[in-house]
Design a protein around this ligand. Structure first.
Ligand code: ZN
Length: 101
C-alpha cells in the first residue's frame, strides 16, 4: 500500500468519516475504516484520491474484488453501487426511524 497519509485523510474528510457504502459512522465502529478501491487494483485501479472510497470493514470485505454483481434470479450482471457515479438515496432507503437498509 503506497497511499499517503494526506490522501487517506482527504478521503476520510470527503466521506465525512462515514462508510461510503452503508453510511455507518466510523466513530460508532469498533474498527477503523479502510480505504476501498472503487476500481480494484487487480483490475487496473490506481491509488488516487478519485479511486478511493472510505469503507467499513464489512463493506470492504464484501466488495473485495468485485466491481460487478450477478443477480441470482436473472443471471444478469449489474454494476455494484459506486459512490462517485450513483446517488446513494437512489440505491438505499432508510426505513422509517430504523437502522435497517
Ligand atoms: Zn459500510
Amino acid at each position: 500500500m503506497a497511499i499517503s497519509k494526506e490522501t487517506r485523510q482527504q478521503v476520510r474528510e470527503r466521506a465525512k468519516y462515514l462508510c461510503e457504502y452503508c453510511h455507518s459512522s466510523e466513530e460508532a465502529s469498533a474498527a477503523r475504516f479502510e480505504l476501498d478501491h472503487i476500481q480494484p487494483r487487480s483490475r487496473g485501479g490506481v491509488d488516487t484520491f478519485e479511486n478511493l472510497a472510505l469503507a467499513c470493514q464489512r463493506c470492504n470485505s464484501y466488495r473485495y474484488n468485485f466491481t460487478e454483481g450477478t443477480n441470482p434470479e436473472s443471471q444478469v450482471s449489474t454494476q455494484l453501487f459506486n459512490p462517485r457515479l450513483n446517488q446513494w438515496n437512489e440505491h438505499f432507503v432508510w426505513e422509517q426511524g430504523g437502522l435497517v437498509i
